[in-house]
Design a protein around this ligand. Sequence first.
Ligand code: Y39
Ligand code: FE
Ligand code: FE
Ligand code: FE
Length: 230
Amino acid sequence: MPQLEASPALDFQSEAYKDAYSRINAIVIEGELEANDNYKKLAEYLSEHKDELIKLARMENRHMKGFQACGKNLNVTPDMEFAKQFFAQLHDNFKQAWDEGKVVTCLLIQSLIIETFAIAAYNIYIPVADDFARKITEGVVKDEYMHLNFGEEWLKANFETAKAELEEANRQNLPLVWQMLNQVATDASVLGMEKDALVEDFMITYGEALGNIGFTSREVMRLSAQGLAM
Ligand code: Y39
Ligand code: FE
Ligand code: FE
Ligand code: FE
């Protein structure tokens, strides 16, 4: 169920909250850092969109700094080692696709899957965040919709040639997202973010994106549930 209001019992200074925050905050910081890197790489491939992609990369760098400030504000040290592990498989898949010149796969991983993951996480976090982090996250999530839109527009314009690679890339990468979500579901719930709400937001945004790109409703259902094991 979507969360309608903040749960009343969050104590942002409790040890339990700060411990969970040290991992979730690190994931977000690492994610923003890797997103910055991914957009710089995409700018090399898609030279006709180079300036725009460099702008997106800079936004990711700003997001990272914003979330680092959120951790400092709560006196939390982010567990960056955990976060690197958390992203390792998705990171390797992006790198392999990049090495093979598979720009469609790179776009699916970063601009569709990772952006949608960010949008779901930030939307669900905003109502339960501390005041400082809420303001930062509200600014960030607007940018993430722009990043998702970049991927949608490019893939829509190239749908016929991209379709088969998108399906294969979805099959290889979407199951990782559900695994990643399961790994942090307990920590997320300590912050007031429920797994059901995260999954629901992810499915809505990802499904809409696939539809905008050109997949039929039937294809959207099949693709977005790939690897989903609740
Ligand atoms: O494009 C972006 O800015 C994405 C990199 C940021 C990734 C955010 C990943 C969020 C996962 C958090 C999981 C919390 C339950
Ligand atoms: Fe970002
Ligand atoms: Fe790397
Ligand atoms: Fe982004």
